[in-house]
Design a protein around this ligand. Structure first.
Ligand code: MSP
Length: 524
């Protein structure tokens, strides 16, 4: 990948009708890990997240809380959604709110353009609307309710009753794009990923697309339709546009040209909006379609999609308060093959924390630094002639770094971590076999001890760089303790695609004491 390559990645923008749970945190972390990787590799990276503040769901939740929708959104964004980014150590470049003027102006300009070019016209619509999805549903997407909604027609995703709604609206003539979309999926097989998501989308579009109702006149919480102020723009049509209004659409052509098109990370429940409606909108406006739409799976708790409405929501801070943000970031990225559903359990989290972070990585770092302190007065020794085993470690590091980069390129952070973890495991095995504490007893083994300590320190140097997009805090601590900060400069400035090279940490670098990176957690 050339050094100046543009890489723009987005998360969905979240409804701030309620507080975030770890399902939302999962998307944020995935986008952040991938963005940090590219940024540190020198790509011209931009990462965007934000909030989706219009529509009925927001309006109703605000009303139920005796507040206006804007006030309610302000409160939730300030008290919960911005703090979520701090809790999880997210380094986003921008945060867009759909109530910001930059966005509302862009939406008005975009919809006006489609109206002027004949892609929007008036019509009548009658259908079942789910406020949870903010979408008219097909009969196939409805099921018969149980319990509180016994016998009623409910949305299969939200398990809440749908509402029959009839309106005179404006329609986006999406049906015209069926063939062009099918050609897009055919020509660019990685446009929608993973494969299962792509197949679902292709099958859906093959059945033919209907036109899409894109305005509402029964409430006024939204962006006014420019040529007919009795209507507001449909919340999804409004929300999808955040991806372009945030990077200068209609306002700053140079920035727009620099950033667009984006990679969109989305949950699989909102795949069709992104892989069908959104590219059709862009085609109608004569803009490039996204670089990729990648659908990740759901976090399940007790076998069900975690959600606030089903009361299975766990707040991200419940995890980070005990285990820290690194453990949150690591365990979700490592444990769940990206693109598939994954079950969350406290037992699994605690087990990974102990086995992989504390005993695996943390202990390796502590041991190596303690031995350099004890046997070499805190100075990293020169490596000397490498043995077969030393060369084996070098090869492992080089291969793991290349494999991890390739895995991130195919949106597989779980595979990137598995590749990097080979270094942790091999280095731990290497130290066990080399027994530096035995070498230290005999002055005749001094050269060998130097080589072992230098190899281990250099392995840690590579690990700190490769893990820094995921373990943002502990790698920074390790970097300083290794003396790498003084010798090589800031961790985030180390070129990631060169992390697998050997011999970068110079002999003489001075290590300093390292507190346990992943302290023991006593069960409450
Ligand atoms: N506002 C829309 C998105 C508009 S993007 C132009 C929306 N918001 S949401 O807050 O309901 O959901 C945002 C994201 O959170 C979705 O990608 C959804 O899949 C994800 N998740 C919600 N619950 C989740 C889990 N339990 N697990 C994983 N992701 C989850 O939809």
């Amino acid at each position: 990948m050339p050094a100046d390559r543009s890489f723009y990645i987005t998360t969905p923008i979240f409804y701030p009708s309620d507080v975030p749970h770890i399902g939302h945190g999962y998307t944020e972390v995935a986008a952040d890990v991938i963005a940090r990787w590219h940024r540190q590799a020198g790509d011209d990276t931009w990462s965007l997240t934000g909030t989706d503040e219009h529509g009925q769901k927001m309006l109703r939740t605000a009303t139920a809380n005796d507040m206006g929708p804007r006030e309610w959104a302000d409160k939730l964004v300030q008290e919960s959604w911005i703090p979520l980014l701090e809790t999880l150590d997210i380094a986003n470049d921008d945060f867009i709110r759909t109530t910001q003027p930059r966005h509302e102006q862009g939406v008005a300009a975009f919809i006006q353009k489609l109206y002027d070019t004949g892609f929007i016209e008036a019509g009548d619509y009658e259908g079942f609307y789910c406020v949870g999805c903010e979408e008219y549903k097909q009969t196939a997407d409805l099921v018969t309710g149980t319990g509180r909604y016994d016998g009623e027609l409910v949305c299969a995703i939200h398990s809440i009753p749908v509402e029959l709604s009839k309106e005179r609206n404006y329609f986006f003539r999406m049906s015209r794009f069926t063939d062009r979309l099918l050609a897009l999926y055919e020509e660019r097989p990685d446009f929608v990923q993973p494969e299962s998501a792509r197949n679902e989308v292709v099958q859906f579009v093959r059945r033919g697309l209907d036109d899409l109702s894109i305005s509402r006149s029964t409430f006024d919480w939204g962006v006014p339709v420019p040529w007919d102020q009795r209507h507001v723009v449909y919340v999804w049509f409004d929300a999808l546009l955040n991806y372009v209004t945030a990077v200068g659409y209609g306002e700053d052509e140079a920035t727009f040209a620099r950033r667009w098109p984006a990679v969109h990370l989305v949950g699989k429940d909102i795949l069709r909006f992104h892989a069908v409606i959104w590219p059709a909108m862009l085609m109608a406006a004569g803009l490039e379609v996204p670089r990729q739409v990648f659908a990740h799976g759901w976090l399940l708790v007790g076998g069900e999609k975690m959600s606030k409405s089903k009361a299975t929501g766990i707040a991200p801070s419940q995890i980070t308060d005990t285990f820290g943000s690194d453990a949150f970031r690591y365990s979700f990225m490592r444990a769940i093959p990206f693109g598939q559903d994954g079950s969350f359990s406290w037992e699994d989290l605690a087990a990974r924390y102990q086995a992989e972070l504390a005993n695996g990585f943390g202990n390796l770092a502590s041991r190596v630094i303690a031995m350099i302190t004890r046997y070499r007065d805190g100075a990293v020794p020169a490596a000397g002639e490498p043995s077969e085993r030393d060369l084996g470690i070098r090869q492992t590091v080089a291969a793991a770094a290349a494999d991890a980069d390739a895995a991130i390129d195919r949106m597989a952070p779980h595979e990137a971590l598995a590749a990097i973890w080979r270094i942790v495991e091999e280095l731990n095995g290497y130290i066990t076999l080399e027994q530096p504490w035995v070498l230290a007893k005999d002055p005749a083994d001094a050269d060998r001890l130097d080589a072992v300590l230098a190899t281990a320190a250099e392995g840690l140097r590579a690990l700190a760089v490769l893990l820094s997009p995921v373990l943002t805090r502990s790698t920074a601590t390790l970097w300083r303790a290794l003396g790498a900060e003084a010798a090589l400069g800031a961790l985030h400035e180390q070129p990631l695609r060169e992390a697998g090279e050997w011999g970068l940490l110079p002999a003489g670098a001075r290590v300093s004491p390292l507190e346990p990176l992943f302290p023991r957690i006593d069960a409450a």
